[in-house]
Design a protein around this ligand. Structure first.
Ligand SMILES: Nc1ncnc2c1ncn2[C@@H]1O[C@H](COP(=O)(O)OP(=O)(O)OP(=O)(O)O)[C@@H](O)[C@H]1O
Ligand SMILES: [Mg+2]
Length: 168
C-alpha cells in the first residue's frame, strides 16, 4: 500500500530577485512499512520537503497524498488536525514548547484532542528513549540530545501512519 505520494512538488520562497526555488518538481512514492532516508547538502531542500509532507507548509505547485488523502488542498485547520493525528514530525530544531514540562510537550497532540494517553504506551516510549526521569522538567533544563528524544516521543504519541524525522 502506498502511504505517501508526491507529484511534481515545487516550492518557491519569496519573489523577484531574492526568490529561491527550494524544491523543483519532486516525485516520490513510499510504501507502508518502508524506511526512506533523504540526504543532501545543506540548503538542498530536505526540511522544506518534510514540512510540506507534514502539511506544516504548502507547495507552490504539485500534489501530496498521505494515505490517499490530498493534503495539499487542505485549509490550515484541516491540515493541523490531519498532521496531529496521522503524521509524526520531528523538527530539525525540535520545536518543544518552552513553558511546558516535557510530559505535557509529549502529550500535547493528544491533549489538543482532549484524549487520554495509553499509560503503558507512554511509559514504553519515554523508557525506550531514556527520558522517563525528565518528565517534570522544562525543555531548557534538558541536554540537546534529551530534547531531541522528547521531540521523538511527541511525534510517536499518536501512533502516526507516517513518521518524518528531520535529524542531523
Ligand atoms: N522561509 C524561507 N524563506 C526563504 N528561503 C527559505 C526559507 N526556508 C528555506 N529557504 C531556502 O530554501 C532552501 C532550502 O532550505 P531547507 O531548509 O529546506 O534546506 P535543508 O536541506 O533542510 O538544509 P539543512 O541541511 O541546512 O537543514 C535554502 O536555500 C534556504 O535558504
Ligand atoms: Mg534542514
Amino acid at each position: 500500500m502506498e502511504i505517501l505520494k508526491c507529484d511534481g512538488v515545487r516550492k518557491i520562497y519569496g519573489s523577484g530577485e531574492t526568490c529561491v526555488t527550494a524544491l523543483d518538481r519532486i516525485d516520490l512514492s513510499v510504501e507502508k512499512g518502508e524506511f526512506v532516508a533523504i540526504v543532501g547538502a545543506s540548503g538542498s531542500g530536505k526540511s522544506t520537503l518534510l514540512h510540506i509532507i507534514g502539511s506544516v507548509d504548502q507547495p507552490t505547485e504539485g500534489k501530496v497524498m498521505v494515505e490517499g488523502t490530498d493534503i495539499s488542498r487542505m485549509n490550515r485547520t484541516q491540515a493541523a488536525i490531519f498532521r496531529r493525528r496521522k503524521v509524526g514530525l520531528v523538527y530539525q530544531f525540535y520545536n518543544l514548547i518552552p513553558t511546558l514540562t516535557i510530559r505535557k510537550n509529549i502529550l500535547m497532540p493528544l491533549l489538543l484532542d482532549k484524549r487520554k494517553p495509553n499509560q503503558e504506551y507512554f511509559k514504553q516510549i519515554v523508557g525506550t528513549l531514556g527520558i522517563a526521569d525528565k518528565l517534570e522538567f522544562l525543555p531548557d533544563q534538558l541536554s540537546g540530545g534529551q530534547q531531541q528524544r522528547a521531540a521523538i516521543a511527541r511525534s510517536l504519541i499518536y501512533r502516526p501512519a507516517l513518521l518524518l524525522a528531520d535529524v542531523n
